[in-house]
Design a protein around this ligand. Structure first.
Ligand code: ATP
Ligand code: MG
Length: 754
């Protein structure tokens, strides 16, 4: 949709217009999904610019790079290229930019590295090893989450250690140890001239706390501050925005408490409540009309979220048509779920003349994508996966980026570890550990040790390290000569041996890795050629990629007409004509891993609400009765969330048709989803099933005959008494040792012939 100058006000309803035209002072909009919150922010920025506000003085914080890109694009449509000057982006990207400008205040240089999660965990693993701690007790993952949680609550390493003392005994010892790791980790990051993701917020807070002049500068600079998806800001983010808007006090926040889905990362609904306390003169505007979805979808979403106790009162209605019922698709297995969803997409596409891009498949975890990929591929339907293993997470890409990072910043410990023995130079882990520890102990950059290795070590490994040093020196010279990012990067890719090694690997994977590296180089070339980028140095390029999230995959294909597959978390703020919410099974969604308390359950329910409200015209649910998890076949029960949707919105004929036992009316279908303790977390269901010997792989039952001995997933061993064929329906009556006679529909029963 393109905004046209001046006429956009007519495309807003009354409260939306009020919000767009709202003058100075704090404003809060807490409203339901699809009610135009993002639209209001977009139009408001355009409106401010049309009224003479300098875009350099507008700060707009969104949740994903994709969302901010879209917003900028729309504003550009209204007010032209000046829109590029708005300070717009994710919290992390905007504050990384400020930290680069002000780096020296914190003892960093402006080309500091940004450690991604892998780098952080790798560093933690080294430290845990150096401390001789048991890595089963001190798992890098767990320690990382603890440190991240602390940083997001603005707890420093010293505070963390001090807090440990007031804990119960054994917990105190562990906390102290984690505090010690935290402290060393922080020191090592600093020595490496590197910040991790959480540091981008933590250090911004430190910067504004300890350097009032710097804070003053930005407080005066930003005349207007806007925050989208306010419900998902954490304390650290909230404090930054509060400080930045303390002078002009023009802050607009929009959000929906019912869509708060990042509590596990420290997001805090309290921020919404605190906002009114911190800005007592705040105006609140309500948006109640949903423009996105059909009546059925809006009502279904409302019926689900009404079960949450913790929520602000709001009312959402829509003037849109009632629309179609929500299809419920029941599958025997995860593979069948993939096939049924793919064929439903194909059918809908044909009937309604839709495009692939009208469809989205949303799941709880990335790992679920496989069966849908396979099925879509078989039907020749193009798709793209957002998230999962991102382009920038691939080994070969990180390897080349490691070289580029170390060339720019020779203190970057994680980049160093990645490339020192790549391609192999006979430098072992012990040598590498010795170098990093030596650098850390002498409080000198790693480069200092590498470049003067003779002063720090003796023996066989000196020669290859010296060669490595010479190589890096030659790269640095290119930087100093003012070569652009592409010239330097393509030179490094060749001379370092990375390209050669991949080229010599003639396997399919090797070829694809080689192409990936070429693709990265293409990306760098594009960066250099892009007129919007004034700074074409390698350092500028690295800054631009260091904060790419999974949603920013380079489009290796210009073809945008693809089905989108992604987790519900990454679908926030987006909309699609047709949405499939898949894997609606107990323990998967709601996720067993996340379910320890009522709060957790409510968060999972909010996630379900977010998923439902992404759909414009048509929503479908699916679940499988069995799926492979961690290499074993597991029986699944339908998710409690299916029961929570008022059945009058559901179309369950498909589920009915596909069922082999008992069910014969819509209500009994719904009853058959239960019985279960309505909302309490419960143990794994596999225990209730017959435990088959080894991994249960169902047989093809095409030739099943009377007298055959079989094994069933749930009922165990039995003998076929009778076969009935009725059209395509094939039924078998089996006498089971455990439960007696059962009649099974063979297309769905999981049977193994023995
Ligand atoms: P979410 O909570 O999911 O982020 P939101 O409140 O930000 O949703 P938007 O994405 O801004 O909602 O709007 C939802 C859809 O409704 C968009 O397609 C938007 O263009 C459309 N829309 C919003 N307001 C109006 C309006 N007044 N007239 C027509 N369409 C509208
Ligand atoms: Mg929005």
């Amino acid at each position: 949709e393109r905004l046209k100058k001046n006429d956009y006000l007519s495309t807003l309803n009354e409260p939306q217009r009020e919000a767009v035209l709202y003058g100075n002072g704090p404003l809060m909009i807490i409203a339901g999904a699809g009610s135009g919150k993002t639209r209001v922010l977009t139009y408001r920025i355009a409106h401010l610019m049309e009224n003479g506000v300098d875009p350099f003085r507008i700060l707009s914080l969104t949740f994903t790079n994709k969302a901010s890109g879209e917003m900028r694009h729309r504003i550009e449509g209204a007010v032209g290229t000046e829109a590029r000057n708005i300070w717009m982006g994710t919290f992390h990207s905007v504050f990384a930019k400020i930290l680069r400008i002000e780096a020296r205040f914190l003892g960093y240089t402006s080309d500091f590295s940004i450690y991604d999660t892998d780098d952080s965990k790798s560093l933690l693993r080294s430290i845990i090893k150096e401390f001789n701690l048991d890595d089963k007790i001190y798992k890098a993952n767990v320690v990382y989450n603890r440190i991240s949680g602390a940083k997001n609550r603005l707890v420093s390493a010293d505070d963390y250690i001090n807090n440990a003392v007031i804990q119960a005994d054994d917990e105190a010892a562990k906390m102290k140890e984690i505090g010690r790791i935290y402290k060393t980790y922080a020191t090592r990051c600093f020595q490496a001239n590197a910040m991790d993701f959480d540091d981008l917020l933590f250090n911004t807070n430190v910067l504004f706390r300890d350097f009032p002049d710097v804070l003053y500068k930005y407080q005066h600079k930003f005349q207007h501050v806007m925050v989208d998806e306010f419900q998902d800001t954490n304390v650290s983010q909230y404090l930054i925005t509060r400080k930045l808007s303390a002078v002009h006090r023009n802050i607009v926040v929009v959000g929906d408490d019912a869509q708060s889905i990042y509590a596990f990362r420290g997001a805090n609904i309290e921020n919404i409540l605190n906002f009114s306390k911190d800005f007592p003169d705040v105006q609140t505007i309500k948006l109640e009309q949903n423009y996105r979805s059909t009546g059925t979808i809006v009502s279904a979403a409302n019926s689900v979220i009404a079960r949450n106790k913790a929520q602000l009162e709001k009312h959402t209605f829509t003037a849109n048509d009632e629309g179609a019922l929500i299809d419920v698709i029941k599958a025997g297995s995860d593979n069948e779920e993939g096939r049924l969803v793919a064929s439903a997409i194909l059918e809908e596409k044909m009937q309604k003349a839709l495009r692939n891009e009208n469809f989205a498949i949303l799941y709880r975890t990335n790992a679920q994508s496989r069966s849908f990929e396979e099925a879509l591929r078989k039907l020749g339907i193009k798709y793209r996966i957002i998230g999962g293993q991102s382009f920038y997470q691939r080994k070969e890409i990180k390897d080349l980026l490691g070289y580029l990072r170390f060339t720019v910043n020779q203190r970057d410990e994680e980049a160093f570890k990645r490339i020192i023995n790549l391609p192999k130079r006979g430098i072992g882990d012990t040598t590498v550990a010795r170098i990093t520890v030596t650098a850390s102990e002498n409080n000198v950059p790693i480069w200092e040790v590498v470049a003067n290795i003779g002063n720090y070590a003796t023996g066989r490994t000196i020669a290859p390290i010296e060669q490595f040093g010479t190589l890096i020196k030659s790269f640095k010279i290119m930087l100093e000569d003012g070569k652009d990012a592409y010239e330097v990067a393509s030179h490094i890719a060749k001379v370092s041996g990375i390209l050669r090694e991949l080229y010599e690997d003639k396997t399919v994977e090797g070829l694809s890795r080689y192409e990936n590296v070429q693709e990265l180089l293409n990306g760098i070339k594009e960066f250099v050629d892009n007129e919007e980028n004034e700074d074409k140095t390698l350092s500028a390029f690295l800054q631009s990629v260091s904060l790419l999230t999974n949603a920013d995959e380079p489009d290796d294909n210009e073809d945008h007409d693809r089905v989108t597959m992604m987790t519900i978390h990454s679908a926030k703020g987006l909309e699609f004509r047709n949405v499939f919410i898949v894997g609606l099974e107990e323990d998967l969604f709601p996720s067993q891993m996340m379910l320890e308390s009522r709060q957790d359950l409510e968060e999972e329910r909010r996630l379900f609400y977010v998923a439902i409200t992404r759909a414009e015209k048509k929503l479908s649910f699916s679940y499988a009765e069995s799926r492979y998890q961690w290499g074993r076949l597991k029986m699944c029960e339908p998710s409690r969330f299916l029961l929570e949707v008022d059945p009058k919105f559901l179309n369950i004929s498909n589920a009915l048709r596909r069922d082999s036992e008992q069910i014969n009316s819509p209500m009994s279908f719904v009853r058959n989803l239960g019985p279960r303790k309505a909302t309490e977390p419960k143990p794994v269901t596999a225990a209730t099933a017959h435990t088959p010997t080894g991994d249960f792989i169902p047989s093809d039952t095409h030739d099943l005959a009377e007298g055959d001995k079989v094994e069933h997933m749930k009922f165990g061993f039995g003998t076929v008494l009778k076969m009935e064929v009725n059209g395509t329906d094939r039924k078998a009556t089996v006498k089971f040792d455990s439960v007696g006679e059962k009649t099974l529909l063979l297309s769905f029963a999981k049977l193994r012939i023995i």
